[in-house]
Design a protein around this ligand. Structure first.
Ligand code: GDP
Length: 456
């Protein structure tokens, strides 16, 4: 999601960075582009207006004028203001720390009660399960779940199923009971059984109606939850923001969970919720599966949108893609023998391919790099990798273990076997030489340090 916005803004950022001098004209042009990009992404109009006004005021102020590279400084202003729009002033760290996010507040007498509200189909029940899983895995909490949806027995059964899947306890309820009575009983049960957290799922309607609002208000009054979270489908775009606003007026929300951000939503909701409701987005749903929930990081989101790339996502991907067993085997072999042969080289090339090929890695790089890389044809680069594998495949095991054996006649045979010119075999052998040099340097423990850093 937000791909278009990211692309458009990255282009503006790139142009700005190159500007040695900011004039009224080029600043206005840049702001116009940003405005259009935000509107196209379905960001609420008042949010766009406010954002542009703030950036403009800062751009014309000392922040930018006094700086040596005004283009760069302006990018900084845009990023800061975007973070503030997405997450409020408190989300702006002013440094490289993009980890700030609105934590769940669990500081209450146990059980800490989390009340989930929202329209039908928003993803409440799924989110109840995801949240329980997250609390169990990351906060080591003992979690009880309960459904107050007495209108849909299927909803109660659904919660029971997801709770079972994530290892949370489930407090049974049934149609015909009063929601407030269920809530009371669940709290009692949680106290008696030492649950740290009680997640309360509620009935949703197709639209906002009086009866639903009264019911959830009564539940809120009974439970006095430490967190009242509004669960809303990001795909509703502007409507998501409007319903959040209406709920917030009826119920003192403490935060919002935006679901289905993995869909092709234009994403404007994510950028507007905070500004329109004054409530932080605490989590986002990024998939139907029960691990598809992530804390929401405003600053990371702003950086990503501005095309600075989500380096953290890249590192996570690298960790997933690399076969740690292979990497460890290689490291211990190098440590023992100091040797790194063409067979090892081939394993490395294979790992690169596993990580989704060059193209997918480049997508995650900061815009300034990926744009530089856009000049190079990534398909071509991937093809190159396949050809290198082909060349190594044409070598005998003895040649792979001892590349110095490969003289002119062997080179010709290998080139013919792989269907490439001899020069390519030479190029590969040169690259291998360089890699081998690097591996020797890493032998003194460097390799292991590198692997630890990667989570190995
Ligand atoms: P409820 O009526 O609010 O309880 O909504 P449900 O939890 O039953 O969810 C409605 C539908 O949305 C289900 O098909 C879920 O699988 C789906 N869903 C929920 N959260 C997400 C999400 O983050 N991503 C995607 N792709 N689907 C989701």
């Amino acid at each position: 999601m937000l791909d278009n916005l990211t692309q458009r803004l990255a282009r503006v950022v790139k142009t700005m960075r190159g500007e040695a001098r900011l004039t009224e004209a080029n600043t206005a042009e840049m702001l116009r582009e940003v405005r259009l990009a935000l509107l196209e992404a379905d960001v609420a109009l008042p949010v766009v207006r406010d954002f542009i006004a703030k950036v403009k005021a800062k751009a014309l102020g000392e922040d930018v004028i006094g700086s040596l590279s005004p283009g760069q400084a302006l990018v900084g202003v845009v990023q800061r203001e975007l973070t503030a729009v997405i997450g409020g002033e408190e989300a702006v760290s002013g440094g490289a720390d993009a980890s700030k996010y609105s934590e769940l507040n669990l500081n209450s007498q146990p059980p800490a009660i989390i009340l989930l509200a929202g329209l039908q189909g928003a993803g409440k029940t799924t989110t109840a399960g995801k949240l329980a899983k997250w609390l169990i895995a990351n906060k080591k909490k003992k979690v009880l779940t309960v459904s107050c949806d007495v209108y849909r027995p299927a909803a109660i059964a659904q919660l029971k199923t997801v709770a079972g899947q994530v290892g949370a306890d489930f407090f049974p309820s049934e149609a015909g009971q009063k929601p407030v009575d269920i809530a009371h009983a669940a709290v009692d049960w949680a106290r008696k059984h030492y649950h740290d957290v009680l997640i309360v799922d509620t009935a949703g309607r197709l639209g906002i109606d009086e009866a639903m609002m009264q019911e959830i208000s009564a539940l809120h009054a009974t439970l006095k939850p430490i967190e009242t979270l509004f669960v809303v489908d990001a795909m509703l775009g502007q409507d998501a923001v409007n319903t959040a606003k209406a709920f917030n007026e009826a119920l003192p929300l403490t935060g919002v969970i935006l679901t289905k951000l993995d869909g092709d939503a234009r994403g404007g909701a994510a950028l507007s919720v905070r500004h329109v409701t004054g409530r932080p987005i605490k989590f986002v749903g990024v998939g139907e599966k029960l691990d598809g929930l992530e804390p929401f990081y405003p600053e990371r989101m702003a950086q990503r949108i501005l095309g600075m790339g989500d380096i953290l996502a890249l590192v996570e991907e690298a960790q997933r893609g690399v076969d740690m067993d292979e990497a460890k085997k290689l490291a211990s072999k190098i440590k023992k023998t100091g040797g790194f042969d063409l067979e090892d080289f081939k394993v490395q090339i294979g790992q690169m391919k596993k990580m989704g090929g060059m193209g997918s890695l480049v997508d995650k790089l900061p815009a300034q790099f990926s744009q530089a890389a856009a000049g190079a044809d990534m398909n071509q680069a991937d093809k190159q990798v396949t050809r290198m594998e082909g060349i190594i495949n044409s070598m005998t095991p003895a040649e792979r273990a001892k590349p110095e054996l490969i003289k002119a006649s062997r080179k010709r045979r290998i080139a013919a076997g792989a269907g490439v010119p001899v020069q390519e075999v030479n190029r590969l052998l040169n690259q291998f030489d360089q890699m081998q040099g690097m591996m020797k340097k890493l032998k003194g423990g460097g390799m292991q340090k590198m692997m630890r850093a990667m989570g190995g």
